[in-house]
Design a protein around this ligand. Structure first.
Ligand code: FES
Ligand SMILES: [Fe+2]
Length: 332
């Protein structure tokens, strides 16, 4: 039984997390993997378990486009084929899995599934390429919770009014109520108001026109646009575009990749550094502990098995979970 959505691009890392000559190990969809760049600059991602005794290839020697097992010396190329066996023939059965890689939008994506990789399935994230480095913050955070719980957190932004009451909460997300638009490959959920109190972190005069819009793509990639301007003063507005992308590590742990971009103070590196600390703090102190506690309280990754009582704010979460379940069923 497939435990995760197949035939999708999963974000493995931000490209700058993998230094030239270094390896990066990460478990994705329960599979321990190793990534490295060849001398020619090509990114490779392999199963990090040698087929002989499952030693971590990541601890072996890298040479050109090969990596040698540190235990008994089998050598593998970027396609996962064994190209040298000091103990006999380098047969095709000695291969390790190699994952198709796409480097796009400053990230490394791997294709997981039996079908041919389809670049069209990667959503357009060109806002990441367009934003200057001084107006963007890319983060990777390990969270001990199921990826769908983390998607729920973005798909129900009313939580900002309670969990982030002093920074992102103004009551707007609770009062605005969400509207949903369904599309074949994604859905959009939005909270909009022509006049409400701006969240403190927006630093805007109230009342303000406000918008929060999330585009969700399977299995848990979300682009969030949030901004506003004082009523009648669009020239004093702010707008932000943010990636929130959850790559399952296991069913109860997640690689949370985020990228925040903004349209104000875009050349201000000092402001960027301050914002970075604020964002890390808000997530580490508020979202992450709460979601990890929820996961521990649940004791299972399967929300439905616990019979949760649903609220109108769960519209997005229900839609996402339904689509994910359908895709997993389709792969079985
Ligand atoms: S464990 Fe890799 S060659 Fe033996
Ligand atoms: Fe939050």
């Amino acid at each position: 039984m497939a435990r995760f959505v197949q035939n999708r691009w999963y974000q493995f890392a931000w490209a700058d997390e993998i230094a030239d000559g270094a390896v990066l190990t990460r478990t994705v969809l329960d599979i321990p993997m190793v990534a490295f760049r060849t001398d020619a600059g090509k990114m490779a991602v392999l199963d990090n378990r040698c087929p002989h005794r499952f030693a971590p290839l990541s601890e072996g020697k890298r040479e050109g486009d090969t990596i040698a097992c540190p235990y008994h010396g089998l050598v593998f190329n970027t396609a996962g084929q064994c190209v040298r066996n000091p103990h006999g023939a380098a047969t095709s059965t000695l291969a390790v899995a190699s994952f198709p890689v796409l480097e796009r939008h400053k990230a490394v994506w791997i294709w997981v599934g039996q079908q041919e990789p389809d670049e069209n399935l990667l959503p357009d994230l060109s806002f990441i390429d367009a934003a200057p480095e001084t107006a963007q913050l890319r983060l990777h955070t390990a969270v001990q919770a199921n990826y769908e719980l983390l998607a729920d957190n973005i798909l129900d932004l009313s939580h900002a009014d309670y969990l982030h009451a002093s920074s992102l909460g103004s009551g707007f997300n609770t009062r605005a109520k969400s509207t949903v638009e369904e599309h074949a490959d994604h859905f959009s959920i939005a909270w909009r108001s022509d006049s409400d109190d701006a969240p403190p972190a927006f630093n805007l005069e109230s009342p303000a026109k406000l918008w929060t819009e999330v585009d969700w793509y399977a299995p848990a990639l979300m682009v969030l646009r949030a901004g506003g301007h004082p009523v009648g003063k669009p020239e004093r507005g702010i707008d932000t575009l943010n990636l929130h992308n959850m790559t399952p590590e296991t069913l109860t742990s997640t690689h949370y990749f985020s990228c925040n971009t903004r349209n104000f103070l875009i050349d201000d590196a000092a402001f960027n550094a301050v914002l970075r600390e604020q964002l890390i703090h808000a997530f580490q102190v508020e979202d992450k502990p709460m979601i990890e506690k929820v996961q521990r309280q649940m004791g299972t990754p399967d929300l439905w098995s616990l019979g949760p009582k649903m609220l109108p704010i769960d519209k997005g979460a229900v839609l996402a979970r339904r689509r994910v379940a359908r895709l997993i069923e389709a792969a079985e």
